[in-house]
Design a protein around this ligand. Sequence first.
Ligand code: SF4
Ligand code: SF4
Length: 128
Amino acid sequence: MKAWLKFSPDITNKSIISDTIKSYDIDFNILRANITPKGGKLLVEISGNQVTESIEYMESQGISVDPIKKVVKKEEEKCVDCGACISLCPVKAISISDDWTILVDDQLCIGCAFCTSSCPMKAIKVTE
Ligand code: SF4
Ligand code: SF4
């Protein structure tokens, strides 16, 4: 699962994440990070057999966990492979293949919907 983790200033210097990884044997991949002394946010991908338990632990330590439920979908019959959506994606989830077809990687997508406004064909959408 992908989720935003939000930290308040009083817990940014604690070892909650490493404690969570060790205690629940999860794979923890940080996709984006913005941590300052005033608090911060991490976009993470978590997998393993104890994801639910690891989230409960992080929340008990004061981290706000906000799972990403949105998914991106490109309608192939509408898309004209113009590429206008590529540069707007902040996580490089949209790419162009060798045969000039536009590909969307829903494993990378964070559901921000920046790409949807750029599409002249209204071919790319984000849904719950
Ligand atoms: S919704 Fe956001 S992250 Fe997903 S493909 Fe579009 S721009 Fe990229
Ligand atoms: S902007 Fe729309 S039409 Fe152009 S490549 Fe992206 S999804 Fe396809």
